[in-house]
Write a protein that binds this ligand. Structure first.
Ligand code: CUA
Length: 315
């Protein structure tokens, strides 16, 4: 019962990769060890409470006090820390991006922004946002950085947490052992919309991953019915947003495959029929202070046409 709430898409206790497995083992080890310590201390307290007090002279009282202080205040915590280090250090080593025997792992650059994730695949030039697509069963080196304040990368079922610091690039190695969706969340308070900084992670079989990357390198053709929307988008939205083959903005999320993402606004809205339209009209109410201006200056039918076109951007 107590642990029934510990499953789910964002649980450290449902690991699906070696780094997360190590963290889960450490958690269970600490749970058992400190459970035993709690049991011991509670038993001693109960014994002391029920026993009739003996009479000690001053010297005896000092001796007894000293013995308990040494055993309970030095020996027990010292032993606990030693046990924790003996298990924790080897497990921690498994999370480090140490050199591998074979070819170097795939590199993916993940940059935190207030409040969204920029994801770049430097080997192929593919860029996306608020979603991280990984090949399954392969170690992947994530190069973590920040464009503004401190964020923290955390996909609980795949690995530990690592800060994303402005001006520094830290590497985290992950491996997803099972294909499917995972959920990540910024784990460092980074402003009012910190909670709306969700990263949708998806592990794909290698062939699917390669197909996804290849599809992402093809620039989408614009159907005639969306030509007007694209003409409106380019000067108005394209300064900040990139859409492959259409615009080159870098300040805001790349939208080249936005229609295929599971959410909008970094987890603010689920992607469903009409979500894009709603997001464009109400984004400052749904996610206040996000960097996108209100679209009051655009006629509503133009805005809706842009939304309809963006929904078609699926690789
Ligand atoms: Cu980014 Cu919290």
């Amino acid at each position: 019962m107590l642990l029934a709430g510990c499953g789910g898409p964002q649980s450290t206790l449902a690991p699906d990769g070696p780094a997360a497995q190590a963290a889960a083992w450490l958690w269970w080890g600490m749970f058992v060890w400190f459970g035993l310590v709690l049991l011991l201390v509670t038993s001693l307290w109960l014994v002391a409470w029920r026993r009739r007090p003996r009479s000690y002279d001053a010297e005896q009282a000092r001796q007894v006090g000293l013995r308990w202080t040494l055993a309970g205040g030095v020996l027990l915590p010292g032993l606990s820390i030693l046990v924790l280090l003996a298990f924790g250090i080897p497990l921690g080593l498994r999370m480090l991006p140490l050199p591998l025997g074979g070819p170097p792992p795939l590199r993916i650059e993940v940059t935190g922004h207030q409040w969204w994730w920029e994801v770049r695949y430097p080997e192929t030039g593919v860029v996306t946002a608020n979603q991280l697509i990984l090949p399954v069963g392969q170690p992947v080196d994530l190069e973590l950085a920040s464009a503004d304040v401190i964020h923290a990368f955390w996909v609980p079922r795949l690995g530990g947490k690592l800060d994303m610091l402005p001006g520094r690039r830290l590497t985290m190695r992950l491996r997803a052992d099972r294909a499917g969706p995972y959920r990540g969340q910024c784990a460092e308070f980074c402003g009012s919309q910190h909670a709306h900084m969700v990263l949708a992670v998806e592990a794909l079989e290698m062939a699917d991953f390669n197909a996804w990357q290849a599809a992402r390198r093809v620039e989408p053709a614009v159907a005639r019915e969306h030509a007007a929307a694209v003409r409106a988008f380019r000067p108005y939205c394209g300064e900040c947003h990139r859409v492959a083959g259409i615009s080159d903005g870098r300040r805001a999320p790349d939208l080249s495959d936005v229609g295929a993402r599971p959410g909008l606004g970094a987890g603010t809205l689920e992607m469903e029929q009409g979500a894009m339209r709603r997001w464009l009209r109400e984004h400052q109410r749904l996610k206040p202070y996000n960097g996108m201006p209100r679209h009051d200056r655009l006629p509503e039918d133009t805005l809706d046409a842009i939304a309809a076109w963006l929904e078609t951007l699926v690789p």
